[in-house]
Design a protein around this ligand. Structure first.
Ligand code: KIV
Length: 264
């Protein structure tokens, strides 16, 4: 069975078919996600918080990411697998190339994801020139949580909103093939999605994005603490994990998720 690829994902955007994405960190969940028809599995560095119990994603290592990516890839056959590049593993282009190569060659990822706007443009260009597909990540950047002063909605004022749209365009021009957009007002999510040709996957970025992603343990309602407003406990409704994940995929595809209460 061949995996979903960038051509099929671009076609989904062009044909306005929503892209369903969830995080996973092991082979068993990867298999369940795939059975439910997930398009993309993101091996997020959120594993630092939901698997390792850390306070942020910052302590996650390249080694951790390679290990979890390898397990996710083993559990799936069809989904497109993206692996996060952890904090400071892409501080310069050379370091980024070495670490991204590990995530792809040892982990088996089809794409790597890194956080940031103009500051990472050179790195994105160099990764893409070497044949490494890149997913950009804008809006709330969890690896910059201490600079941002917490996990807050981004792009609320005109200046920051415009900056974010400009960043999305320059990242696309640098060669990024997918953009994750986290925690921005829904109208800004819609503007960014319209401004670029690459698929925009939202998390707390409103219903008009080309697809949606959630942290798996948030949507199963098992992450300790308060659930983010943009998430929903699908397990509470469905009563079983495979049904919860199937409902999520269906709700993303139909546009039922996110609803008005799950947007900013
Ligand atoms: O690490 C992660 O799970 C992510 C999502 C929040 C998009 O980057």
């Amino acid at each position: 069975m061949s995996r979903i690829n960038l051509t099929s994902l671009r076609k989904m955007k062009a044909e306005q078919n929503k892209i369903a994405v969830l995080t996973a960190y092991d082979a068993s969940f990867s298999h369940v996600l795939e059975q439910a028809g997930i398009d993309i599995i993101l091996v997020g560095d959120s594993l630092g918080m939901v698997i390792q119990g850390q306070e942020s994603t910052l302590p996650v290592s390249v080694e951790d990411m390679v290990y979890h990516t390898r397990n996710v890839v083993r559990g799936s056959e069809k989904a497109f697998v993206i692996a996060d590049m952890p904090f400071m593993s892409y501080a310069n282009p050379d370091q980024a190339i070495m670490n991204a190569a590990r995530l792809m060659a040892e982990g088996g990822a089809q794409m790597v994801k890194l956080e940031g706007g103009a500051i990472v443009v050179d790195t994105v260009k160099q990764l893409v020139e070497r044949g490494i597909p890149v997913c950009a990540h804008l809006g709330l950047l969890p690896q910059s949580v201490h600079r941002l002063g917490g996990y807050r909605v981004q792009g609320r004022d005109d200046e920051h909103a415009q900056q974010l749209i400009n960043d999305a365009k320059i990242l696309q021009d640098a060669g990024a093939d997918i953009l994750v957009l986290e925690c921005v007002p829904a109208d800004l999510g819609a503007r960014v999605t319209k401004a670029v040709d690459i698929p925009v996957i939202g998390i707390g970025a409103g219903n008009d994005c080309d697809g949606q992603v959630l942290v798996l343990y948030d949507m199963l309602g098992i992450t300790p603490g308060k659930r983010p407003r943009f998430s929903h406990d699908f397990l509470a409704d469905a009563g079983a994990i495979p049904a919860a994940i199937a409902n999520y995929v269906q709700d993303v595809k139909s546009g039922a998720f996110p609803s008005a209460e799950q947007q900013y």
